[in-house]
Write a protein that binds this ligand. Structure first.
Ligand code: ACO
Length: 431
């Protein structure tokens, strides 16, 4: 017997069906509420609104649980690698040997950027923000591969395997090209290498001196990309879904997701964390100035890398990355004073009533920058690294939207607070 929730407004009772997800999450189906009663639910920023059904990622923020297609993030971190997890997130199952090979081959075959497209870089000033370049370059893919980006779901889905592999592989290649462009270095051509090694080659090889693979570096890069592969209905994935819901092709939808990720409250936080740790280091401060400022309540002074829109206990990704940080530095034979500062800051904040009472813990961005730095990746490229890692999640979300025969365009409502109806006033009569 289907359950209903009863909503009583004035003297009218409205029945809204109750929905339950596969992990027992509960929702009230409000799709007909406005039709039945004239009311909408108001939920600024959609913090308590389920905008879709999705089979990709399960997240329980109260208990620090994150699973992709049912697999706990901790198990994937320990036993999988980025490309395999990307396949899982996109296609729903861990790949067989044959599927993994086919996927890897497609990634390798589509790693290059067309010479004509490479010329787009000539138009970007060297100091263009990397995420701005990435968003516009990814949008441009629709122009270089028009047959994969027709804005017709049925057609675009027939070529999905190719467009998905292209997007993952080319976003990685573009990330490295952006790095080289900002440094005035010549571009490297992709090689027949595994995904992460190819990235490191594209970043760090020199014309007559190839990057030499360091297994520890490859492993650390694999881990950190994997940890970003998907994260339920976060700001950028919800953006990809929203843009995709209008019928937009994969590349255009991904470009919108990259724009959403670039903000400091989302993917841009990893850069802000490093800037914060660096200034604590440079000023020989113990972090107390940042902690005191963060408690002032201003959005621009928040303790970066702390807090999360859904995790209220701990961010399981931060736990894995925080633990990996020390190990990676040790394996690479490096030390980083910023890691000690991060540890100290974390301990100080976790003892402070302001952070305890608001359930603010380190998030994924708090430690990820230290690993990126150890790999030789400059701070201004951190959010691009996040985008390379998150591409599989965005692609999987776009695919769910595109292949849902009952899907409708995302079109939230609002509560209008502007002036009520008034008559036009000619200019000479305006006060
Ligand atoms: N520093 C200080 N205070 C904070 C912080 C912080 N980092 N985060 C939240 N708060 C405060 C809020 O001001 C609010 O205080 P109030 O109750 O006195 O008004 C309270 O804690 C509760 O805030 P939330 O509702 O939990 O925050 P919200 O969901 O609006 O924002 C967000 C979540 C954007 C992640 C926020 O915690 C933040 O700005 N963190 C810093 C930026 C950051 O690290 N972003 C990365 C997020 S992870 C990711 O996108 C990959």
């Amino acid at each position: 017997m289907p359950k209903n929730a009863l909503l009583k407004i004035d003297d009218k009772e409205i029945a809204c069906p109750v929905m339950t997800g596969s992990e027992g999450e509960k929702a009230i189906d409000a799709r007909n509420l406005r039709k039945d009663s004239g009311y909408i639910f108001y939920d600024q920023g959609y913090g308590n609104t389920g905008s879709c059904e999705s089979a990709i990622t399960y997240l329980d923020g109260d208990n620090g649980i994150l699973r992709h297609r049912g697999y706990p993030i901790e198990q994937l971190a320990a036993r999988s690698e980025f490309v395999e997890t990307a396949y899982l997130v996109i296609y729903g199952e861990l790949p067989t040997k044959t599927q993994r090979k086919k996927f890897g081959d497609l990634l390798r075959q589509n790693a290059h950027i067309e010479p004509q497209m490479q010329r787009l870089f000539e138009g970007y000033p060297k100091d263009t923000p990397p995420m701005a370049m990435l968003a516009s370059l990814v949008a441009s893919l629709a122009g270089y591969y028009p047959d994969l980006a027709t804005n017709n779901f049925e057609h675009d889905l027939k070529q999905f395997d190719l467009s998905a592999a292209m997007a993952i592989s080319k976003i990685r290649t573009l990330g490295a090209m952006i790095y080289r462009h900002t440094r005035g270095l010549p571009f490297m051509h992709p090689k027949d290498l595994p995904f992460c090694d190819n990235f490191l080659h594209l970043m760090f090889s020199e014309p007559y001196h190839d990057y030499a693979v360091i297994p520890e570096v490859t492993q650390a890069l694999n881990l950190i990309l994997l940890m970003h592969a998907d994260h339920e209905q976060n700001c950028s994935s919800a953006t990809v879904r929203m843009v995709g819901s209008s019928g937009a092709n994969l590349f255009t939808s991904l470009a919108a997701g990259i724009g959403a990720l670039s903000g400091p409250l989302h993917g841009g936080a990893n850069m802000a964390v490093m800037q914060m740790l660096q200034s604590i280091h440079d000023e020989h401060d113990d972090g107390s100035r940042f902690i005191a400022a963060a408690k002032g309540g201003s959005k621009s002074n928040r303790l970066m890398g702390f807090g999360h829109a859904v995790y209220r206990n701990f961010d399981p990704r931060a736990k894995v990355i925080g633990e990996a940080c020390g190990l990676v530095l040790k394996k690479l034979g490096k030390s980083d004073p910023l890691l000690d500062i991060a540890h100290h800051l974390e301990q100080a904040a976790l003892k402070d009533d302001y952070f305890i009472s608001r359930k603010l813990y380190p998030n994924v961005d708090f430690y990820s920058g230290i690993i990126f730095r150890a790999l030789g990746i400059p701070t201004n490229l951190f959010t691009v690294m996040f985008a390379i890692g998150r591409a599989p999640g965005w692609i999987a979300n776009w695919r769910e939207v595109a292949s849902n025969p009952k899907g409708r365009i995302y079109r939230p409502r609002q509560i209008y607070t502007g002036p009520v109806k008034r008559d036009y006033v000619p200019m000479d009569q305006r006060g």
